[in-house]
Design a protein around this ligand. Structure first.
Ligand SMILES: Cc1ncc(COP(=O)(O)O)c(C=O)c1O
Length: 358
């Protein structure tokens, strides 16, 4: 069997959910499990959080149906709402909480004949300018939906654009815009993603929406997951499948773009970009071999990557390799590759077997 596996520590996810809840005592939290629980496996993550999570949040009706099949009672929030009119009936059958971010969605809901009324979350565009009503538009929509047969709870939600930049003025303005609407009689309010849960108590409201922190990665560039009390959930591990000596001046990998400055020993690792490792990771990106950090060298191939083992003579074929995980935070690899932990975790591809630890 190809020596590459993503080991998922489910107890770390349960721990990280508890960290989110401890940040905001008395509040409830939708565990964000969209995109296959950020690559960790939605079935296993929902099952691990079954007894502890107050609810789950997803990006589509298809994802919601998967969660509902696992959990008959949990609140499930559809973060972008429905994409077409027919979906409201299915959402009602599944007993979902739905976001409404546009007038068109509101009209479709008001036109729908539903099995039961839905909990509706009106989304305010408080400054991210991606989805949501303007403040005035939201007030108008609130008036139209109040008392409608299709609506059970009428709730308020918004999303931060810059909560990962501590002290951001944009965040202040977004929070103000949200608070300005609280003269309306919403049943529940939700604003905080991981970054806000961890650092902006004034944004906690009634329902938290932790995503990345559940998986043990940090939303911040300047605050490590460990400092936040988070445990890494995924370790991506492989093996050294070949080692060789090369002379100074010789190239490694496609294009020979990396050239050895000294006589070097090169190790080949059983992980490549078709597994989700970033192809654009530059030379020097850390890789852990036999518990020690060595630099990536040469271009990442589809199924393999290469590392410089010159300073680690003890590492031979078969040695254990960690691409990220408990020994090497995914955030560090992401930073070296010019991306974020979110992308690396959610892009681990289906061909990488997931192994679960409780
Ligand atoms: C609307 C919404 N809420 C919450 C989250 C969770 O954010 P994070 O993973 O930063 O905690 C996301 C993630 O993209 C989102 O789109």
């Amino acid at each position: 069997m190809r020596p590459l596996v993503a080991t998922i520590d489910l107890s770390a996810i349960v721990h990280n959910y508890a960290v989110a809840k401890r940040c905001a005592p008395g509040r409830q939290a939708f565990a964000v499990v969209k995109a296959n629980a950020y690559g960790h496996g939605v079935r296993e993550v929902v099952t691990a959080l079954f007894d502890v999570a107050d609810g789950f949040a997803v990006a589509s009706l298809e994802e919601a149906a998967e969660v509902r099949a696992l959990h008959a009672d949990a609140r499930i929030l559809l973060l972008e709402g429905c994409f077409e009119a027919l979906e409201y009936q299915f959402a009602a059958q599944l007993g979902l909480d739905v976001v409404l971010h546009s007038e068109q969605q509101a009209l479709q809901l008001l036109d729908a004949s539903l099995l039961r009324p839905l909990n509706v979350w009106l989304k305010l565009d408080s400054g991210m300018h991606r989805l949501g009503f303007s403040s005035a538009g939201l007030r108008e929509c609130y008036g139209r939906l109040q008392g409608a047969a299709q609506v059970a709870e009428l709730n308020l939600l918004s999303h931060f654009a810059c909560a990962d930049e501590r002290g951001s003025e944009v965040t202040e303005l977004q929070l103000e815009g949200f608070l300005d609407l609280l003269d309306l009689d919403f049943v529940q309010r939700s604003l905080a993603n991981s970054a806000a849960i961890l650092t902006i108590p004034a944004a906690h409201m009634d329902w938290l929406r932790p995503g990345i922190m559940l998986y043990g990665a940090t939303p911040f560039a300047d605050l490590h997951a460990a400092e936040l009390g988070l445990l890494p959930a995924m370790s991506l591990t492989a093996q050294l499948i070949a080692c060789r000596h090369i002379a100074a001046g010789e190239g490694v990998g496609y294009g020979g773009s990396w050239r050895a400055e000294r006589a070097s020993r090169i190790g080949t690792v059983s992980c490549g970009y078709a597994d989700g490792y970033p192809r654009h990771a530059p030379a020097g990106t850390p890789v852990v071999v036999q518990g020690q950090r060595v630099p990536l060298v040469g271009r990442v191939s589809m199924d393999m990557l290469t590392v410089d083992l010159t300073d680690l003579p003890a590492a031979v074929e078969g040695a254990a390799v960690e691409l990220w995980g408990t020994q090497l935070p995914v955030d560090e690899v992401a930073q070296a590759a010019g991306t974020i932990g979110y992308e690396l975790l959610s892009k681990v591809t289906a061909r990488v077997p997931r192994r679960y630890q409780c």
